[in-house]
Design a binder for this molecule. Structure first.
Ligand code: NAD
Ligand code: WQD
Length: 335
């Protein structure tokens, strides 16, 4: 297939581009490089032996999108582009709604005009808010979200369901990611947070690397086995494999579908610290601080729908996630 990948030079998008190219698909990347580096494309070329077509352009620019679809024909779009920092979304809500919601509407309008109606969307377990129970399946209530980022994901889901209901020619796969971590095993692509990392694993990696003094553990009084927050961490390479399966599924069975992409297993913050220490052979000093506002105690997936319908399950274990994160962190540091 010929696939447009928005946000294809970002963390998850770049891994999806590699997986698509390795599976023989033709890829065009659209990214405005707001949160990624122009060098990612050449790193993808080093991994796959071929560079994807790259267009530097903005999702919010209707004319630019028009041109993208006028210049090439696509069978599908994988839509990763967006803003993703929860804390920043509280202080810059309009930017988050403009890019995540407005940008997605513009993208769908351009797809509609071009007659491209197969879309995979990066949603998030954040749409479940504070879940009534774990593991969380796709029928669990959504919408109890406490920040603009999460609300923007929930809004886009609603928009896409409406679109699918209005016109059955659309095939839409909504993928609810749990906590993506890790990096490609080549250590050529991975997550490069700008400034202080918001997420646990990049922060731990920087502590192990000596770039930060210690980890702040946000609370140890949650009702979990060791009092720290529990999440479902999934290797990014497993995550993108789920996207390829979803694409195949949509080709065979059009319509709107939603799948959880997680491992179905939770690890606490302290378990993550220990696993990283083992993988890196470095200490990860930490201190316990107050809870982070908006955090929930525990969140992990019931991924059985994806397993049943897509024939997909995450294969890489925690040790592999940590090993690959460390190799990437280390590789970045040495050049
Ligand atoms: P990322 O920031 O690494 O990648 C997003 C890419 O989109 C970046 O390369 C950025 O430059 C680009 N972009 C941003 N605004 C754009 C615009 N207006 N036009 C064109 N390109 C634009 O983020 P990621 O971690 O790879 O996340 C990819 C998607 O997955 C996002 O939609 C995110 O919300 C979603 N998601 C991420 C996580 C996570 O923990 N990383 C979890 C759940 C869902
Ligand atoms: C994991 C655990 C923290 C950092 C967020 C977004 C969510 C999704 C992924 C996109 C929690 C604890 C963290 C630190 C800590 N993004 N922690 N010290 O909170 O599950 O999800 O990122 O959709 O929308 O909300 O992930 O990695 O931030 O935190 O103790 O410095 O680690 O309290 O228990 P989270 P996270």
């Amino acid at each position: 297939m010929r696939v447009l990948v928005t946000g294809g030079s970002g963390y998850i998008g770049s891994h999806a581009v590699v997986a698509l190219m390795e599976a023989g698909h033709q890829v065009v990347v659209l990214d405005n490089l707001e949160n990624s580096a122009g060098t990612v494309v050449s790193r993808i070329e080093r991994i796959t032996g071929q560079a994807p077509d790259f267009i530097e352009g903005d999702l919010r620019d209707a004319d630019a999108l028009e041109k993208v679809f006028a210049n090439a024909s696509f069978d599908a779009v994988m839509h990763f582009a967006g803003l993703k920092a929860v804390g920043e979304s509280v202080s810059r809500p309009l930017a988050y709604y403009e890019t995540n919601v407005g940008g997605t509407v513009r993208l769908c309008q351009a797809m509609e005009r071009a007659g491209v109606r197969r879309l995979i969307f990066s949603s998030s377990a954040t749409v479940y808010g504070d879940p009534a129970r774990v593991p969380i399946d796709e029928d669990a209530a959504t919408g109890g979200v406490t920040n603009p980022y999460g609300r923007s994901k929930h809004m886009v889901e609603q928009i896409l369901f409406d679109l699918g209901r209005a016109d059955p020619r659309w095939s839409i796969g909504i993928l609810r990611y749990f906590n993506p971590v890790g990096a490609h095993e080549s250590a050529l692509i991975g997550e490069s947070p700008r400034g202080i990392p918001n997420n646990l694993v990049p922060y731990i990696a920087q502590v192990a690397n000596g770039e930060r003094e210690q980890l702040n553990v946000f609370g140890d009084d949650y009702p979990t086995w060791d009092g720290t927050g529990v999440r479902d961490y999934i290797h990014v390479v497993d995550l993108v494999a789920g996207h390829l399966r979803a694409l195949e599924f949509l080709e065979a069975q059009p319509g709107s579908h939603v799948w959880n992409l997680g491992r179905g297993e939770g690890y606490s913050v302290l378990e993550m610290v220990r696993a990283f220490e083992e993988a890196s052979g470095r200490p990860v000093p930490y201190r316990v601080t107050d809870r982070r506002p908006g955090d929930i105690a525990e969140c992990w997936a019931d991924p059985s729908k994806a397993e049943r319908e897509l024939g997909w399950r995450a294969e890489r274990d925690l040790a592999t996630m940590m090993r690959d994160t460390w190799r990437w962190q280390h590789n970045q540091r040495i050049g």
